[in-house]
Ligand binder design. Sequence first.
Ligand SMILES: O=P(O)(O)O[C@@H]1C[C@H](O)[C@@H](CO)O1
Ligand SMILES: Nc1nc2[nH]cnc2c(=O)[nH]1
Length: 348
Amino acid sequence: MSLKLNGYHNAKLSGQNGTSTNGHANKITDPDIGHRYTYEVLVETVDFIKSRVPFEPVVGIICGSGLGKNQIRHKNASDILYLFSEIDPFTGSLAECLTSPIEISYTTIPNFPQSTVKGHAGSLVFGHLSGLPTVCMKGRFHYYEGYPLWKCCMPVRVMKLLGVTHLIITNAAGGLNPKFKVGDIMFVNDHINIMGFAGNNPLQGPNDERFGPRFPPMNQAYNRTIINLAKKVAKEIGLADRVHEGVYTCLGGPNFETVAELNMLKMLGADAVGMSTVHEVITANHCNMTVFAFSLITNECVVHYETEDEPSHEEVMDVGKQREDSLKQLVTELLKEVFHLGITTRRG
Ligand SMILES: O=P(O)(O)O[C@@H]1C[C@H](O)[C@@H](CO)O1
Ligand SMILES: Nc1nc2[nH]cnc2c(=O)[nH]1
């Protein structure tokens, strides 16, 4: 059977020549786990990107809902889209902070999934941020779009192969912690992988040691030094009373949670809930990237039946728009500090 994925034959995605930890050849027959991106397929994607971008990014940024939606103005209709006018450094989406940007639409990148969600533009933007070569994902992939977790996380491995050592992951999330207000920022210090409890993990299936180990640790998934730097930077730019630290959890979505579910998540120790990030963080840690993640609290979770407020994606995007200037300033200033200190990757 020959299925087509983004114009590339399934066979190309299912070579499965990764090393199995028990020494046996990987013979995949289960159709659900047999169509992953092999190392070689990702190299093909990376080669395409490298042929269009004249530098290697060291910083990767994944823009959350509402934080990566604006289209950069284009000079022509080709697959590489050059910015031609100067943009105010603190207006527009996070990607607009990049100087001399080169934007590549996901639709033109071999093997890349496509964005289907409002507020997720669907392109990679390359440029410099705080003087550092950076790639920014304007639009991420979610499980509820119909993508399996390994596919949602494919761009993380692409970034790794492009040279990215430090990944900044942003998301929009509902606040479970009663201290959190709409518009606050939560630096993620840990997560609860609820989808993983049921065995749904982006690393499920054959392990290719060229990416990372079969059994990666996750107890230091979020770089402590960067969280502390982010707190310092937040203070310096006047955000001290709007930032918190906390535990993020992700559900599959697309529906927002019931009152009973939210109360359960609170009891479990989650401070914010969203529909992304956890699997990206797992994939990034697996391949030895240094991770910093933060949530923009776009709504307060409704934990009482008497409350009539309802969350909506429109509200999520509106809050993203309102807070994007602060977030951009935070990321820009933080990056200066991170690379001044020279923080190394997890495994040296
Ligand atoms: O991509 P993120 O995690 O920032 O988006 C959150 C979760 C849903 O995609 C969306 C709901 O409004 O916001
Ligand atoms: N699951 C979930 N995702 C969100 N993204 C933004 N707000 C929310 C929320 O309340 N719940």
